[in-house]
Design a protein. Sequence first.
Length: 300
Amino acid sequence: MIFPSLSNFGLSNKYTSKILKKFLKIAPQRSMPLYYKETLLSWYQKNRKSLEVTVNQKGKVYFFFDEFTNFNDVEIGIKALKLLSKLGYEVDYLEHVDSGRAHLSKGLIEEAQKLAKQNVSIFRTWINKDVPLIGIEPSAILSFRDEYPRLVNKDEVEAAKKLAQNCFMIDEFIAQEIQKGNITSAQFTKATKQIKLHGHCHQKSLSTIESSIQLMSLPENYHVENIQSGCCGMAGSFGYEEEHFEVSMQVGELVLFPAVRNADAETIIAAPGTSCRHQIKDGTKRHALHPIEVLYDALL
């Protein structure tokens, strides 16, 4: 395993990064995603006691430590775990494997199938309508709903489908709890904020962006505008590849990049997808937040 501090030196250093990009056939114009100083799982295990809900517990969830949040977007994960705790939800963990999303995006079906079977076996007896599985990266957690029932063996299909019914993006879970009245605007700031949202492609096709809008609209003076964009242009690893970089940027320029550039500096740019946030960074130099960061930062 490459230690984050060592790998980050290679990824961020001008000269070593250039060599790595050439070796990996990554577009030289691309910035590289960096590792956090520790994994999200490591942080969770160290701080689990501080996340315990001692009064007014509203429910329990299992958290899926997807491979993107666990290594790169750790700060988003930390805010998500803290938010759930502050809102009254017990967060539990089952040792699991990666989602297989990266394998699927490159056509490595057999490898993805092995991971799908393992995760279904791990979670099938623990996840139900009262104790759901929630995750941050849309493409990872939504694999449970989309690909998993088609990847497992025939005798596991029903178990995979049943599991899929109780696997949610964190945006979806929070939106459901808002609808139940378990989370209210009284817990959040009354400051005024303008937000522009770019929804993830998996979210648009398998769920809805309405959950992200509802989540970020909870503070009573937060106003969310949906950017009428299609794909951001990154499409997983596609936009990193040197041969696809120009097309990736052209897609971003159709709607997303101009909308972000035309936004006031005070306007928050939000995007649930890790690839989308990276594309926004490289295409506009703006830092986009995950919706859960927007809500966490609005806590009283």
